[in-house]
Structures are given as structure tokens and as C-alpha cells.
Ligand binder design. Structure first.
Ligand code: B12
Ligand code: SF4
Length: 480
């Protein structure tokens, strides 16, 4: 079957606030690359269309030119409107085409999306590889799909049928590597804050996280599945060989969950002399000095800790199960072995006050990470936070899916304890107070790792200038 796999048309304007659009980039969607690989291996012809590169009109034309018999679209809540328009347009052009979607947004609110888009035939919920493989084989052969678990579809009476949950894939090593070769890989570039150099590639060494943070949408549940370290390094080597990759960004939710797994991966990297830098996200309570030393020796240059708040009460509200002291220790240990840190923070936690937000900024400065990001908290569908907000707890939220981005000009959620202006001001103050410190600028310049990072600094400086302008504007404008 001929299948177009599509990221709907989008641009920095859709997902970023005005002041940080300059640092925006685009990675290929890993989930869609996995789906593409599985369909390719089952003998289907796949075309990967990236909405960051093309307009809706161009992509419609490309689907027709490819004579696609099926179109599969990646859906996150924020970009649903673009996805629905695209599916509707494609179905108008080719009424016979089979349309299906998958991804986080699709899984979190399938009934709503089915109702809102009559041109949509099927939703694949949850982990998509096996379900999509079976679905497309069945559609290609004109077979019944009611026995395939993990689907929502419309029956002959137009009623939506849910075929039930599909169990997770137990052995991730049975999956092919993501079909990077089907993407226009040379046209992608990462956001500036996300890597130290290019070419860079993204990867996953595991799926799942055993944490319970209320704002996090955990499609893979609390059970963590790990890939064989030998296979992980095979995949890295293939990127080095085929694309000259110099850095890997791991998107794992909890990379250091199993220390033995990390040691085996590090050993493999060292034994095979793989010379790439890598970047991972870890929970602060899951690292120790021995582990960090091994990671450093194997090429890890930066660890992302989701700190979120500098106030214990707010960490407790989020059900982070971390302490301020443990976070402090983790960052200190990481720096002591020569690994840099990227720390992320959120404002607008239920019950948080403006003054507590200022304490978070002070804590960020104390930790002294190489890079930082500050976000307004965003209740994504499917999270405990979202459920609570919908029940009228915690605060007020915009109903439009368009507003559900962590980086937009206005927060989509405002807790009862703050105003929207407070949240945006905290975000501005955080960046200004963090970056406009001579000692910090000197640290960044002394630690420049590539021309890419120098460019990143220029773009960062431009973002900062805009924030300073916005802040001055706010101070001189009368309230009202
Ligand atoms: C990597 C990542 C990114 C990367 C790459 C994004 C990209 N283009 O894919 C970057 C940093 C660029 C990014 C950006 C954003 N992201 Co992001 N990101 C992730 C992250 C950490 C991992 C996703 C991943 O690759 N997982 C591994 C793959 C294998 O799993 P998967 O994506 O779930 O795919 C499987 C299934 O979903 C399904 N599937 C997926 N797509 C499709 C398509 C079809 C047709 C089918 C049938 C099945 C299917 O099958 C796949 C294989 O099993 C998740 C959080 C998480 N831990 O999952 C957030 C996450 C997906 N991101 C999120 C958001 C909001 C964003 C942004 C909007 C941020 C913002 N500005 O506000 C932007 C949007 C950019 C964009 N256009 O996609 C939210 C989505 C929430 C929601 N309910 O929709 C998540 C869940 C994080 C969160 N806050 O909880 N993100
Ligand atoms: S530790 Fe990270 S991935 Fe795990 S539940 Fe919390 S936010 Fe989600």
C-alpha cells in the first residue's frame, strides 16, 4: 500500500512565544519514524511529509502526486486544528483515501477528535508500531479491522467503536531502528538550546517512567522497558557512519532508571570507541558520583534535570517525590565530574505565589546550569493535572487546544494563586536575571563547544533583548 506519513503543517509561530522564535528548530518526529520503519518492513511504500517544511496546500499536492492510498497523521493536542484541516482537505482531494492518526494528542482524547473530524477514519491509540502494522495490512487486503486492538473506528452505522487497549511491546529490541532515511534529514536542525553541535540525531534507549508528576502525560505507563545496550550503540554507529553525526540527544523519560543498564551502555560506547557526545534527561534522585563518572567517560556532556520549582511545597504539589536538597546534590555531583546541566522550571503551579516564583529563579541561579528553560505550566489532556483542572480544581484554563503549548505568549492555565501576567512576568524575569550576569556570560564564553553554540548565544541574546524590552514596557505602562 502507498502511505503518506505526515506531521501537519506548523511553524515556530504555532508553538513558540514571539521572543523565542529565533531559537526554534525542528526534529523529525521519532514516533512517526518508528511507524514508517515498521510499514516499510511489511512491504508498504512510505512517504514522510514534514509540516515544518511545507504549507498545507503543498502537502495536499504531494499526497496526490504520490498517489497515496492511506494518510497517517501525527497528532499532539496543540496542533490538532492544523491536522484536522489537512485530513479534511486530503479527503476532499481523494475521497477514497484511508485516513488515520496517532500520537499523544490522539491517545489522550480520541473521542473528541473522532467527533470533530468526520474525514478521519481510524485513530491508533497508544504505542503504535504493531497496531498500525496490522491495521494497514488489513486495509490493504480489504479485511475487517474490528479484531485489531488499539483502535477507534467508525462502523457501517457511523458509530465510533473502540477495540480496547493493546498491551505494550515487551521487547523493544524486536522493533526496527527508526526510518531516518525516509525523512528529508538534511533539512532538519535542532532548537539551539537542545544540542552543543551538529549534525545531531535523536534516540530512545528506553520507554516509560515510574514517576507520577501530575503535569506529565505518560503514554507508556510506569513500567520502564529498556533496549539492549549493544543495539543502542549499533544505532548510534549507524548514524555516525551514514550521517556523520557528532551528537546524540536521548529523549528517554528516565535514562538512569537502571544503573546496570547505563553502565553496560557506557562500557559498550568505550569499548567500541564511539566518539560522539550525548545528552540525557535524568531524575535528580537517580544519579550518584560513580554513575556520573562512567557517563562522562562515555561521552555524556549534559544532563537535563526537570527541577520545576525551588520551593519544596510546590514540588510536593506536583508529586515530584524529589527534595530541594537532593536536586542541589545531583547538580553539584554532575558538575563535579565535568558534565554540564540543563535545568528546567515551571511557573503557575497550583497554589504557587509570585514570591515563590522569585524563589525558584533564585534557586536556578544557585544551581548555575549551563542552560535553563522556564515554562508556564501546561495541563495536557490525559494528565492528572488536566483532570483536576476540568473538575474546577487548581485554577482556570483556556478550552482551545491551540493554546496548549508550554512556550506560547500567554499561559493556557492560570492557578487561583496567580494571574496570567504574573506567570509571564516571572518567565521574563527568570531569563533576564539568569542570563544577564557577567559571571554567567563569562562561564558560557569560556565553555564554548562549537560554532553552533556561538550562534545559539547570539539568538539567545536577541531573545533576551526582546524580554528586557517587554519588561520595561510593562513597568512604564500604567496598569489597567
Ligand atoms: C521528543 C519530544 C519532542 C521533540 C520532537 C518532537 C517531534 N516532532 O516529535 C521536540 C523537542 C521538538 C518537541 C517539541 C514539542 N513537543 Co514534545 N515531546 C517529546 C517527547 C519527550 C518524546 C516523544 C517521543 O518521541 N517519544 C518516543 C516515540 C517512540 O513515542 P511516541 O511519540 O509516543 O510515538 C508512538 C505513539 O504515540 C504512536 N504514534 C506517534 N505518532 C503517530 C502517528 C501515527 C499516524 C500513528 C498511527 C501512530 C503514532 O506510535 C509511536 C510509536 O509507538 C514527549 C514526551 C514523552 N516522554 O513522550 C513530548 C511531548 C510529545 N511533546 C509535547 C509538546 C506539547 C510539544 C510542543 C508543542 C512543545 C511546546 N512548544 O509547547 C512541541 C511541538 C513540536 C511538534 N511540532 O511536534 C507533549 C504533547 C502533549 C499532548 N498531549 O499532545 C509531550 C507528550 C510532552 C508533555 N508535555 O507531556 N517534543
Ligand atoms: S520524572 Fe519526568 S518523565 Fe517521569 S513522570 Fe515526572 S516529568 Fe514525567
Amino acid at each position: 500500500m502507498r502511505i503518506a506519513l505526515v506531521v501537519p503543517p506548523w511553524g515556530p509561530d504555532d508553538i513558540r512565544a514571539k521572543d523565542t522564535r529565533g531559537i526554534s528548530g525542528c526534529w523529525p518526529t521519532p514516533g512517526l519514524q518508528y511507524i514508517a520503519a515498521v510499514l516499510r518492513d511489511r512491504g508498504h511504500q512510505v512517504k514522510f511529509l514534514e509540516g515544518f517544511f511545507y504549507t498545507n496546500e503543498t502537502m495536499r499536492q504531494m499526497v496526490s502526486d504520490f498517489k497515496a492510498e492511506a494518510v497517517g497523521v501525527y497528532v499532539i493536542s496543540l496542533l490538532w486544528e492544523q491536522a484536522a484541516t489537512f485530513i479534511t482537505d486530503v479527503k476532499t482531494d481523494n475521497p477514497e483515501i484511508f485516513s488515520f492518526i496517532g500520537g499523544h494528542g490522539a491517545t489522550a482524547m480520541p473521542d473528541r477528535l473522532m467527533a470533530e473530524c468526520p474525514a478521519l477514519d481510524v485513530i491508533v491509540t497508544g504505542e503504535g508500531e504493531i497496531t498500525t502494522g496490522e491495521l494497514i495490512d488489513a486495509v490493504a487486503e480489504g479485511k475487517d479491522i474490528s479484531g485489531i486492538s488499539g483502535l477507534l473506528y467508525r462502523n457501517d452505522q457511523g458509530e465510533v467503536v473502540n477495540t480496547g487497549k493493546r498491551p505494550m511491546i515487551q521487547d523493544l529490541d524486536t522493533l526496527p531502528f527508526p526510518a531516518v532515511e525516509l525523512c528529508e534529514i538534511e533539512r532538519y536542525w535542532p532548537s539551539f538550546e537542545q544540542v552543543s553541535t551538529v549534525p545531531a540525531m535523536q534516540m530512545l534507549a528506553s520507554r516509560g517512567c515510574d514517576g507520577s508528576c501530575i503535569y506529565c502525560y505518560k503514554m507508556y505507563g510506569r513500567h520502564i522497558r529498556l533496549r539492549d545496550p549493544v543495539k543502542i550503540v549499533d544505532e548510534i554507529e549507524s548514524y555516525v557512519k551514514n550521517y556523520g553525526v557528532r551528537e546524540i540527544k536521548f529523549w528517554d523519560e528516565h535514562f538512569t532508571y537502571d544503573h546496570e543498564h547505563v553502565y553496560r551502555f557506557c562500557e559498550e560506547m568505550i569499548t567500541r570507541n564511539v566518539n560522539v557526545r550525548w545528552w540525557v534527561s535524568c531524575r535528580a534522585d537517580s544519579v550518584d558520583k560513580r554513575l556520573l563518572r562512567a557517563m562522562k567517560a562515555a561521552g555524556c556532556w549534559c544532563i537535563n534535570y526537570g527541577v520545576e520549582s525551588g520551593v519544596q511545597k510546590n514540588l510536593d504539589t506536583l508529586l515530584k517525590f524529589e527534595t530541594i536538597d537532593r536536586i542541589r546534590l545531583a547538580v553539584k555531583l554532575t558538575h563535579s565530574v565535568g558534565i554540564k546541566t540543563h535545568t528546567t522550571y515551571i511557573f503557575g503551579i497550583p497554589g504557587e505565589t509570585f514570591e515563590e516564583g522569585i524563589q525558584t529563579i533564585d534557586f536556578a541561579k544557585e544551581l548555575g546550569s549551563f542552560t535553563v528553560e522556564f515554562f508556564p505550566i501546561t495541563p495536557f489532556p490525559g494528565t492528572p493535572l488536566y483532570k483536576g483542572v476540568m473538575q474546577g480544581k487548581f485554577g482556570k484554563m483556556s478550552e482551545s487546544l491551540d493554546d496548549q503549548g508550554m512556550l506560547l505568549d500567554r499561559p493556557c492555565f492560570v492557578p487561583f494563586s496567580m494571574t496570567a501576567d504574573d506567570i509571564m512576568e516571572l518567565r521574563r524575569l527568570a531569563y533576564i536575571r539568569y542570563f544577564l550576569r557577567p559571571a554567567f556570560v563569562a562561564y558560557r564564553l569560556k565553555n564554548l563547544m562549537s560554532p553552533f553554540q556561538l550562534r545559539a548565544m547570539f539568538h539567545g541574546a536577541w531573545s533576551l533583548l526582546q524580554m528586557v524590552g517587554e519588561q520595561i514596557d510593562k513597568l512604564v505602562k500604567p496598569k489597567g
